[in-house]
Design a protein around this ligand. Structure first.
Ligand code: EPU
Length: 417
């Protein structure tokens, strides 16, 4: 398996361009199954999760043409059984439930299972589709979902806010009979962007980006061209990287409106930044200050920025507290930061304390999940000496050519077999 070898404390400077958002691209790709016409999708990031989604879509009948712009066309869904090797590697496979049930009325979903950050149950999806009239059977290693009639519009209340739950129900509701109302829906900008595009293709969705969505089902969607929005988590990761390494780095092609809360928090910690509508420039700063932070659904501080932020807080003077309110197992990387010299205590499953400022030293570490992986890269860039990061498939899942982009701004990072 590939790993990264990073020698820390190099001077970094320059410009990093943000790619299309993973968590928008995967959703639009899945939504392409809603119609027999083509979706042309621009600015899809070239990352492992996108490759897995392409494999999954091809497996059910989608023709993907990458000669010019990438187009996705599913004239006919010829297979309703999702690949059991791909589903456990790609949590977003559950997104296919919505379009497959709307278009094909049945789907076999191998058990997606948990991952490093949590158990990742699918009870919300099950309750949601039951409300639309779907019959669901749980078997030893898969779920079977089926309905003999078109999906029925319904009123559905999310007891817990779920991003892909909202998106999956939203996609299904586009072709359901009658009206669907989703209450306590997630408000992430990727959801609003998905709905905006589906409306261009003939859907009737109101309220996306707010907690209440109303969708009037239509008979058919047409094809269209969608440009993927900038990846706000990638932009935040690079902003934290710039602040943590005390460097002047300009991050372009981002939408800073989507990052209001995390950028405000970085400034309160002591980061100096010039922020425009679509760029962030991190500047050298004075001492950083400890802070208490809790992750929250959008527009709060994102759980996907929690691990990088914790690395930054190892460089802040005083005791910081970080509470993780979205996933139940998102502190496993803290052991590795402690191995590198951090002083982090897990107070309970949802809260850690970080005593800073600490000097970090290069060690052999792993990338347990995507965002912990980028956090390890940031830690390695600050650390004295050499750090080896294993399991970097996890980082490649969401950050395109991260090594090459870091080399361009002066990092000493090598990808080795
Ligand atoms: N949950 C349930 N039951 C369900 C579904 C979710 O209990 O049926 C729980 C989850 O276990 C979690 C909470 O609800 O505790 C919120 O999970 P959510 O469903 O919102 O997460 P998700 O949709 O699976 C998306 C992103 C994640 C991001 C979260 C939270 C995609 C493809 N993934 O996941 O992104 O962390 O929302 O914002 O959009 C990443 O990009 O690294 C990543 C993990």
């Amino acid at each position: 398996m590939d790993k990264f070898i990073i020698t820390g404390q190099k001077k970094l400077s320059g410009t990093v361009k943000i790619n299309g958002a993973k968590n928008h691209a995967l959703k639009v790709m899945a939504a392409s199954l809603l119609t027999d016409q083509s979706f042309i999708i621009k600015k899809i990031p070239n990352i492992e999760d996108v490759l897995r989604m392409k494999e999954l879509l091809r497996g059910v009948g989608c023709d993907i043409d990458e000669t010019k712009n990438t187009s996705f066309t599913t004239k006919k869904v010829f297979n309703h059984v999702l690949d059991k090797k791909i589903v456990p590697r790609l949590r977003s496979s559950v997104l296919l439930l919505g379009p497959m049930l709307a278009r094909n009325r049945k789907i076999i979903l191998p058990h997606p299972g948990g991952c490093a950050i949590g158990k990742r149950p699918i009870d919300i999806f099950i309750d949601g589709f039951k409300s639309m009239g779907v019959k669901i059977k749980e078997n030893f290693d898969h779920y079977s979902f089926g309905i003999n009639t078109p999906l029925k519009g319904c009123d559905f209340i999310f007891n817990k806010i779920s991003v892909t739950g909202t998106e999956t129900m939203l996609m299904a509701a586009c072709l359901a009979q009658g009206k669907t109302t989703l209450i306590n829906a997630a408000c992430e900008p990727e959801i609003a962007a998905l709905a905006e595009f589906l409306n261009k293709c003939g859907a009737k969705i109101k309220g996306a980006g707010t907690p209440k969505l109303e969708i009037i089902g239509v008979e058919k969607l047409i094809g269209g061209t969608c440009e993927i929005i900038p990846d706000r988590i990638e932009a935040l990761s690079f902003a934290i990287l710039g602040v943590a390494t005390n460097s002047k780095i300009t991050i372009t092609n981002c939408c800073t409106d989507h990052l209001a809360v995390p950028l405000n928090i970085l400034q309160q910690i002591g980061a100096k930044m010039i922020i425009t509508d679509n760029t962030i420039t991190t500047l050298p700063h004075g001492p950083l200050l400890a802070k208490d932070i809790a992750t929250h659904e959008y527009p709060g501080f994102p759980t996907d920025g929690q691990a990088p932020l914790t690395v930054l807080l190892t460089q802040a003077k005083g005791i910081s507290f970080v509470a993780e309110n979205i996933f139940e197992n998102r502190f496993i990387y803290t052991d590795m930061l402690n191995k590198m010299g951090a002083n982090i205590q897990i107070l309970n499953q949802q809260k850690i304390s970080i005593k800073g400022k600490t000097r970090l030293k290069g060690k052999n570490v792993e990338s347990p999940d995507l965002r912990a992986g980028i956090a390890m890269i940031i830690a390695a860039l600050i650390a004295e000496g050499q750090t080896e990061i294993g399991n970097i498939y996890q980082i490649d899942r969401g950050y395109e050519k991260i090594d090459q982009r870091l080399i361009k701004i002066g990092a000493d990072i090598k990808r080795v077999k």
